[in-house]
Ligand binder design. Structure first.
Ligand code: ATP
Ligand code: MG
Length: 170
């Protein structure tokens, strides 16, 4: 089994102050007023797992994810996010950092790694399914066939279905 235990953010979007967010084994609800950073936390998770779509990160350029500074805090020199997982009883830390000079680095347990190594840890894909704001209504309005596709994507089985189709068409 794989469980997300916690998220540590430093200089990611609105998290100018180093912030630790514990995740409970059952359900974790993050509440707060509009603009307080709830979606930023979800995007931080996506980002560590390799998200490169600026649109999905609600950014117009890659440096937009680095804390810009506020009245009280100066801007950050890098965005750093670390996810702590419990993977079959063992602790794993997976992190990503982007510096303002453009260096992008992934880490597994504090050692430099490639995105490939991170995705390999999680299997082909899947394991992490994120249903973002605005997708709930899409799900509610879906036909049974569309729903099936959404759940297959979430379960990570769609990649195998695609591969099977590809194999059969040869
Ligand atoms: P809602 O309830 O409206 O969905 P939310 O809690 O999901 O709100 P987010 O969208 O996560 O809020 O946070 C948006 C805030 O993050 C905005 O105030 C925005 O200015 C801030 N923000 C985004 N990027 C940065 C950055 N690089 N530096 C500083 N602040 C940032
Ligand atoms: Mg939001």
């Amino acid at each position: 089994s794989i469980l997300l235990k916690g998220i540590f953010l430093k200089g990611f979007k609105s998290f100018g102050k180093p912030t630790k967010i514990p995740i409970s084994p059952n359900i974790t609800a993050i509440v707060g007023p509009n603009g307080s950073g709830k979606s930023n936390i979800v995007e931080a998770i996506q980002w560590v797992l390799g998200e490169h779509s600026l649109k999905n990160l609600r950014a117009s350029e890659k440096f937009d994810i680095i804390f810009k500074g506020s009245k009280k805090l100066s801007s950050s020199r890098s965005a750093f996010v670390e996810l702590s997982f419990n993977f079959n009883g063992e602790e794993y830390k997976i992190a990503r950092e982007l510096t303002s000079s453009g260096e992008n680095t992934y880490y597994i347990n504090g050692e430099k790694a490639r995105l490939k190594d991170i995705t390999a840890l999680f299997g082909a894909n899947g394991m992490v399914s994120i249903i973002g704001q605005g997708k709930i209504d899409k799900i509610a309005m879906s036909t049974p066939d569309e729903l099936k596709k959404i759940f297959e994507d979430a379960a990570g089985t769609s990649i195998y279905i695609e591969r099977k189709k590809e194999a059969l068409s040869k």
